[in-house]
Ligand binder design. Structure first.
Ligand SMILES: Cc1cc2nc3c(=O)[nH]c(=O)nc-3n(C[C@H](O)[C@H](O)[C@H](O)COP(=O)(O)O)c2cc1C
Length: 182
């Protein structure tokens, strides 16, 4: 039987079109062949979280992104830090997910690519842990000074890219381990 590639949803946290995080994920999509990666770069189109619409009369766009998350084998977050926190668009999505079980036992990889990013990186891990996701340190990376990691032609620093690709291999293994144990 042919092995199917794992389905990964890559959620871009940046509010900037053509962001460094988007470019990074595009490179990962180009280089990683054990994943079918769908990039989600539309956080700014989601309605603002409303507790009265989280279980009944859920907005269509929220239903869609919840389904994408639910039907993925793993979620890759690629995000900068904004004012020592995660970007509001990403926080908004996670608030819409609190009343669901879609992150429970979901393997997660976090790539925080920012100027510094320490607080945002920690915060995203704390939130995902609270939502019951599977988080392992070998599947995440904090990339400081992201803008300096691209050359004038838009190429990513080779050593960094290799490191991130090795993290994608770790992530693949986590998803496989989880499948075998569940
Ligand atoms: C509103 C705003 C707030 C920011 N705050 C932080 C911050 O607290 N820490 C940090 O490391 N970078 C901060 N930055 C800088 C971003 O990390 C940097 O611009 C990064 O390259 C953005 O990644 P992107 O190109 O994927 O959007 C901030 C940028 C913006 C637009």
């Amino acid at each position: 039987m042919q092995k199917r590639n794992k389905k990964i949803l890559a959620i871009i946290g940046s509010a900037t079109p053509n962001s460094s995080n988007q470019k990074f994920v595009e490179k990962i999509i180009e280089k990683v062949d054990h994943f079918d990666i769908t990039m989600y770069n539309s956080l700014s189109e989601l309605p603002h979280f409303n507790t009265e619409l989280t279980e009944h009369n859920v907005p269509e766009k929220i239903k869609n992104i919840r389904e994408l998350i639910e039907h993925s084998d793993g979620i890759l977050f690629s995000t900068p830090e904004y004012i020592f926190s995660i970007p509001s668009g990403l926080k908004n999505l996670l608030e819409w997910c609190v009343s669901t079980m879609i992150f429970t036992n979901k393997p997660i990889s976090v790539l925080t690519a920012s100027s510094s990013g320490i607080k945002g990186h920690e915060e995203l891990h704390l939130i995902l842990e609270t939502l019951g996701a599977i988080i392992r340190p070998e599947n995440s990376i904090l990339i400081k000074g992201i803008k300096g990691k691209f050359d004038q032609y838009g190429n990513i620093d080779k050593e960094l890219l290799q490191h991130v690709l090795s993290i994608m291999n770790n992530f693949n293994k986590t998803i496989e381990d989880f499948r075998h144990s569940s």
